[in-house]
Design a protein around this ligand. Structure first.
Ligand code: ZN
Length: 160
């Protein structure tokens, strides 16, 4: 495994069947972890079609972690009924730190789906908005979210 991509589901606070197929790990609104249908190792080779399809143009070797939230999100002033919760976000940081350690994935290879799309404009991931806004930290700007997340993961890495 060579990278971790962080998403939001654009759904409610619970994973649905589609979410469980498309991500390796989901964090619900209460911060509980759910394992998806596929293991991270299933994404080492995506040619057999049996893998978690979470990042268009970037699924090979990529672990998909998603927060169950953000249905109805329009903008930071109109976040819908399921904004990412503080406990959910912390659980996501912690899980990413654990996965980084387990799979020996460097911090710089942990990114949001939005960042992947920015860096790979010819893929289906281009223009994805997860994650451009963190409801628990409204002061963090769109293009600072990835760095903010990596800093938080770094803190957890020092503790485990
Ligand atoms: Zn995504």
């Amino acid at each position: 495994m060579n990278k971790i991509i962080i998403h939001w589901t654009a759904g409610t606070y619970k994973p649905n069947a589609t979410d469980l197929e498309h991500y390796h790990f989901l964090i619900d609104g209460e911060g509980q972890k759910h394992e998806g249908k596929y293991r991270p190792e299933d994404n080492e080779n995506c040619n057999d079609g049996k893998y978690a399809a979470h990042t268009g143009g970037g699924n090979t070797g990529a672990i998909g972690v998603s927060m169950c939230a953000m249905a109805g999100f329009v903008s930071q002033n109109n976040c819908g009924k399921y904004p990412i919760t503080p406990v959910q976000l912390e659980a996501c940081f912690k899980l990413c730190a654990e996965l980084s350690k387990k799979y020996d994935i460097p911090l710089e290879n942990i990114m949001t789906h939005y960042e992947f799309g920015l860096n790979h404009p010819k893929t289906a991931s281009h223009g994805k908005i997860d994650i451009t806004y963190l409801p628990p930290y409204p002061e963090v700007k769109k293009n600072e979210v990835g760095g903010f997340i990596r800093n938080k993961i770094r803190w957890y890495l020092l503790k485990i």
